[in-house]
Ligand binder design. Structure first.
Ligand code: PXL
Length: 275
C-alpha cells in the first residue's frame, strides 16, 4: 500500500501577504504530501509592509514539538524558513535531532533578505547564527542576497559571473552544504538559478524574467523543492519545475494587477502541481 509522506515546515504564519506557511501548506498539500506546521512567529502580514503585528513563538516551540514526539511522529522531510529569533536556531537543531533520520531530506531556506537588503526583523546576529544550520541541510535554497551573506561575499546588483557563483557555492560547501540552489540571479531581462550539486556538478537554469519581483516567491520555490525532494524527483528537474511555476505565477499576478507585496496568486495555478 502507498504510504503518504510528511514534511514538517518550520516557518512563520503571516496572515496576509502570501508567504511562509500560508504558501507551504497549500503547495505541499497539492503535491500530495502531508504538511505539518511548526510556527516560528505569528504575524498579521509579512515584514515587507510598513507595519505589522509580530508575535515571536520561540518560548512555545519546544512544548509544541514535544507533543509531536509523544505522538511518535517522524518526517520524510523537514523544511525551515523564516526564524523569529536567534534562539530558534538551537531549537531547530534539537528538532532535527529528534525527528530526522538518515533518509530525511532537510531543506534549509536561510530567509534573511532580498535585493541586497535584510528583512526588517533580521539582524547580523541571526544571520551569523543561521550558518549553524547549513551542515544539517541536504538542500540549501538561498537567494543571491542570502548566499552572499552566508558566504561573506559583498552583494551587488551587477551581473554575477559563473566563476563568482561557483566561488560562493564553494564557500557554502565549506560551511557544510550539500546540494545548493542559489535563486533569483538577474541579468538584463533574464533570471537564473544556479545549481551546485553535492558531487561538484554545477549548472545554471535561465529563463526570461516574467515580470515584477513579488514577495514570497522564495517560499513558493522552496516549498516545491521540499515536496519534490521527498517525492524522489531529481534535483535539476525539481529546480526547473519550481522556477517555471514561480515564473508563471509572477506573470499571472502581474496580469491580475496584484501588488508585489501581496505575493503571487499561486492559488490560480495550484492544480498544475497536483498531477
Ligand atoms: O518571504 C520571506 C518572508 C517570510 N516571512 C516573513 C517575511 C518574509 C519576507 O519579507 O517578512 C515574516
Amino acid at each position: 500500500m502507498k504510504r503518504q509522506k510528511k514534511i514538517a515546515v518550520v516557518n512563520d504564519f503571516s496572515g496576509f501577504g502570501r508567504c511562509s506557511l500560508t504558501v507551504s501548506i497549500p503547495i505541499i498539500s497539492a503535491m500530495k504530501i502531508q504538511c505539518c506546521a511548526l510556527p516560528t512567529a505569528v504575524l498579521s502580514n509579512h515584514t515587507g509592509y510598513q507595519d505589522f503585528f509580530f508575535d515571536d513563538y520561540t518560548d512555545k516551540m519546544k512544548a509544541y514539538y514535544m507533543k509531536w514526539e509523544k505522538l511518535g511522529l517522524s518526517f520524510d522531510g523537514i523544511y525551515t524558513g523564516f526564524l523569529g529569533s536567534v534562539r530558534q536556531v538551537e531549537l531547530i537543531i534539537d528538532f532535527i535531532k529528534r525527528f530526522a533520520d538518515k533518509d530525511t531530506s532537510i531543506v534549509i531556506d536561510p530567509v534573511m533578505g532580498d535585493n541586497g537588503e535584510r528583512y526588517a526583523t533580521i539582524d547580523t546576529e541571526l544571520c551569523l547564527e543561521l550558518k549553524k544550520l547549513i551542515p544539517l541541510s541536504t538542500i540549501l535554497t538561498p537567494n543571491l542576497t542570502e548566499a552572499c551573506i552566508l558566504a561573506d561575499v559583498p552583494y551587488s546588483s551587477r551581473r554575477f559571473e559563473l566563476s563568482e557563483l561557483e566561488y560562493i557555492a564553494a564557500r557554502l560547501r565549506n560551511e557544510g552544504a550539500r546540494d545548493i540552489v542559489i535563486t533569483g540571479i538577474t541579468h538584463g531581462d533574464m533570471i537564473s538559478d544556479f545549481i551546485s550539486r553535492e558531487d561538484g556538478h554545477c549548472s545554471l537554469y535561465s529563463h526570461k524574467c516574467s515580470g515584477t519581483a513579488h514577495a514570497g516567491t522564495g517560499d513558493v520555490f522552496a516549498s516545491i523543492i521540499a515536496a519534490n525532494s521527498v517525492n524522489g524527483v531529481d534535483f535539476e528537474s525539481s529546480v526547473k519545475m519550481a522556477a517555471d511555476f514561480v515564473s508563471r505565477a509572477v506573470e499571472l499576478s502581474d496580469s491580475m494587477d496584484i501588488p508585489y507585496q501581496d505575493g503571487v496568486c499561486f492559488e490560480e495555478l495550484l492544480g498544475e502541481l497536483s498531477v
